[in-house]
Ligand binder design. Structure first.
Ligand code: ADP
Length: 481
């Protein structure tokens, strides 16, 4: 059976790649090819950027309230297509179906709904300047926004960037990751069906060093939004610097989930599992370090290990607790880290193996894995693994917990479990993390912006504030003398 072929999506239609070259995207549950996808080159990127530049005027002339209505229609269409989008996302990423459904509904549809309400509320301000002058600011779109996104939830990463960028009046070119991109192509089609003018949203698929670099370094883009690794983020920033283009970076994390002895341990346990094992740990804000107070360390760990052993592993479409990792490269990376944990002397409490039983043999499955006795300096405590591997550390007081939590190059998120308000506030203020979750894990909704410290990046994600990131300020002063 021949595979479905996916072209780029440029100026409102599917476009074959200039080189006519395609590559396979694989089903991570089986390792089998899933579809053929256009391999983007600098020519394809150029074509997409030109389409986006040409569309700026059209999109700019759409009344703000109508811009919002189109985004609302996109949201509605995503909900109508939810089942199909979630299925495609699961096939492409391996994520359990219910997680893909959640993302399609609560992230993708919700982003277009939320930001669809904002274009007509995005105003400037009047500024009280001295003298007989009137001074005010205008918030203008940047122009063409390049969005370079990762594979861990293409629908998730794409919507978080596309919705605010469009709401602010920009046109967009997306370069999804080479491991998973099918839903982003479908999203662009859906946007056209919902009435988004041609060229306002374009997608070029392909590999990072070719298509991604051509996009980040293109002289005619006006802003870059990048989500991915520190190494690639740094490269993208340098490419954008050549043309003095502003960049937003959401990079990795090694987030600490800190449990004090006065915490509600049942609740902490309930959230600790999804914090690390959702999407098999392939989430930027995953709570990949569990930092337990010494008084509760042993009983908490025992319950956690017991609960983890019950988790089911399987193909995403069968709705297991954990699906496969996205690619063989990711599988190697995660199993290498597990080996490093063993060699560094951490105690393997559970998991630690690639799963090769029966029908899972060819997929990229790894058992949910917990290491205890992890020392702060170990690689499995310092480096982002991006897999279902939890490092458990122990602390005796708040200062030690902070030293552990803040002691990496990352600063994306942190969890704190305590029933003491003072401890909660003290930790929230002292943690170097763009998001602090107290007595829960993960953001409560996209209404709240998430930031980042240190090498986890800069530029907010989500919330009304993020709309501003996709605008530039222009000041107008009118002399009245
Ligand atoms: P990962 O998150 O898998 O570690 P990356 O950070 O490298 O991977 O990938 C995130 C995104 O950046 C992907 O869309 C990828 O194709 C893209 N990318 C990779 N290398 C480059 C590059 N040199 N220039 C621009 N984009 C790149």
């Amino acid at each position: 059976m021949s595979l479905t072929k996916y072209d780029h999506y440029i100026a409102g239609a599917a476009r074959a790649p200039a080189t006519n070259r395609y590559f396979d995207t694989l089903d991570p549950s089986t390792g089998e090819p899933l579809a053929e996808v256009a391999e983007g080159s600098a020519d394809d990127v150029d074509r997409a950027v030109r389409a986006a530049r040409d569309a700026r005027n059209v999109w700019g002339k759409v009344e703000r309230r109508d811009r919002g209505r189109i985004l609302h229609r996109i949201s509605g269409r995503i909900l109508e297509e939810l089942e199909e989008l979630a299925r495609l996302e699961t096939l492409d990423t391996g994520f359990p179906l219910r997680e893909s459904e959640f993302v399609a509904r609560e992230v993708a549809a919700r982003h277009f709904e939320y930001y669809g309400g904002l274009p007509d509320k995005l105003g400037g301000e009047t500024v009280p300047v001295p003298g007989n002058n009137v001074d005010f600011t205008l918030r203008e779109p940047l122009g063409v926004v390049a969005a370079i996104i990762p594979w861990n939830g293409p629908l998730y990463a794409a919507s978080r960037c596309i919705a605010p960028a469009l709401a602010a009046g920009n046109t967009v070119v997306v370069k999804p990751a080479e491991e998973a991109m099918l839903t982003v192509l479908r999203l662009a089609e859906i946007a056209t069906e919902a009435g988004l003018p041609d060229g306002v949203l374009n997608v070029v698929t392909g590999f990072g060093p070719a298509a991604g670099a051509a996009l980040a370094g293109h002289p005619d883009i006006d802003g870059v939004s990048f989500t991915g690794s520190i190494e690639t983020g740094t490269t993208v920033m340098k490419l954008a610097a050549d043309h003095v283009v502003p960049v937003g970076l959401e990079l990795g994390g090694k987030s600490a989930n800190i449990v004090f002895s006065d915490a509600n341990l049942d609740a902490a346990l309930l959230w600790t599992l999804p914090a690390i094992f959702s999407c098999s740990g392939q989430i930027c804000v995953a709570g990949s370090r569990l930092v337990l107070h010494e008084d509760v360390h042993d009983p908490f760990l025992e319950r956690l290990v017991e609960a983890t052993r019950k988790l089911r592993i399987g193909p995403g479409l069968e709705n297991p607790d954990l699906g496969p990792l996205v690619s063989d490269g990711q599988l190697d990376r995660v199993t290498d880290y597990i080996e490093a944990g063993r060699q560094e002397g951490a105690s393997l409490e559970t998991g630690g193996r690639r799963v090769t039983d029966g029908s899972l043999a060819e997929g990229y499955f790894v058992e949910p894995t917990i290491f205890s006795g992890v020392k702060h300096e170990m690689r499995i405590s310092q480096e982002e693994i991006f897999g279902p591997v939890l490092s458990v550390l122990s602390f005796s007081d708040a200062e030690e917990a902070l030293q552990i939590a803040n002691g990496t190059q990352y600063g994306l998120a942190a969890g704190v479990w305590t029933s003491d308000l003072k401890t909660a506030h003290y930790m929230a203020r002292s943690l170097e993390a763009g998001s602090v979750y107290v007595n829960r894990y993960f953001p409560a909704g996209l209404e709240a912006p998430s930031g980042a410290y240190k090498r986890s990046g800069f530029g907010s994600v989500d919330g009304a504030e993020t709309l501003r990131r996709f605008t530039r300020v222009k000041n107008v002063v009118i002399g009245l003398d």
